[in-house]
Design a protein. Structure first.
Length: 313
């Protein structure tokens, strides 16, 4: 690609979409690159209730993302689907090397988000997609009228467990502590749901099955006692949904952009990284809270700073 964009945004989750909206509306020559589906993690969220200005009765992540995406198109940012394999971020012109070509820009906003943390138990990789899932919205219907287990105790885990009760015969939350970490309002909904049960102080140590998941071994973190759970013989399988946090997508640029001890991108309050002209926004950035609204704010700030730098330049 010979064209040099004023702004390249990598990632089309809420942060990237917000950046593209602000950048496009400001008439900044912008390219939005996404390797997969638009929306990031929020596209896998069934029910959003706290995004300002959303439907009061609640709405799905895909619906919210669709409206954001149409706003990007309205304000004229170019878009491309590609997988970026490497990047050169130093210098006046940044170059992103993709499978389908190279992309050049004077500024880059890194909005690559994060990915689901695995349990780390024995045989986990073998059963991903064969009983283990990280997305309730994507896979709930596969386990209609089956037993389902959810690993985690935070907001996401409990909310997704509640959602899964619409499909499953029974949903059991497995949590390594003796109480949930979810907010009080979410806990109230969970404890009042007759289809939800709980296994406390436990972690999944091993999963097994042939060829699909139908057995797992739990370990009590306080007593060391082990518990074997097997699928109902009539069912032959059960679902295991994992919601225990995320890790940042920084492998592409970890040797160029300064990261925190936890692997997240370090920025100042204006989303500026240690490299001039390179910004970070959303879940990939080191910060206290990771919500749709904070991701959008990050994206807006980064885009405004790009516009300001171009004006000064």
């Amino acid at each position: 690609m010979k064209k040099i964009y004023d702004n390249i945004i990598l990632g089309a989750g809420p942060a990237g979409l917000s950046a593209a909206i602000y950048s496009g509306r400001a008439r900044v020559d912008t390219l939005l690159i996404e390797k997969d589906l638009v929306g990031g993690q929020v596209a896998d969220t069934n029910d959003i209730q706290n995004y300002p200005g959303q439907m009061v009765e609640g709405e799905s992540g895909p619906d919210l993302v669709d409206r954001m995406s149409r706003q990007v198109d309205k304000f004229g940012a170019d878009r491309v689907t590609d997988t970026i394999q490497s990047m050169d971020l130093e210098g006046e012109v940044k170059v992103l090397h993709g499978v389908n070509g190279d992309y050049k820009g004077r500024n880059v906003i890194l909005a690559t988000g994060s990915y689901s943390r695995k349990m780390g138990c024995e045989n986990e990789d073998k059963f991903i997609g064969k009983g283990i899932s990280f997305c309730a919205t994507c896979d709930a219907n596969f386990f209609e009228d089956f037993d389902v287990y959810v690993v985690g105790g935070g907001d996401a885990a409990v909310e997704e467990a509640i959602y899964l009760t619409k499909f499953a015969k029974k949903v059991t939350i497995i949590h390594r502590r003796d109480k949930l970490r979810a907010t009080e309002s979410i806990q109230e909904r969970a404890f009042s749901n007759d289809k939800l049960d709980f296994i406390w102080d436990s972690v999944v140590e091993e999963v097994d099955g042939d060829p699909i998941l139908n057995k797992m071994v739990l370990k009590n973190v306080k007593t060391g006692e082990k518990q074997v759970i097997e699928a109902d013989p009539e069912d032959g399988l059960f679902g295991l949904f994992v919601f225990i946090g995320h890790l940042p997508n920084t492998d592409l640029f970890k040797d160029q952009v300064k990261l925190s001890d936890r692997g997240y991108v370090l920025t100042d309050e204006n989303m500026q990284t240690n490299i001039p002209g390179v910004y970070a926004a959303g879940d990939v950035r080191e910060k206290a809270f990771r919500q749709v609204v904070t991701a959008c704010a990050d994206g807006a700030i980064a885009a405004l700073m790009v516009e300001k730098s171009l004006t000064e330049y």
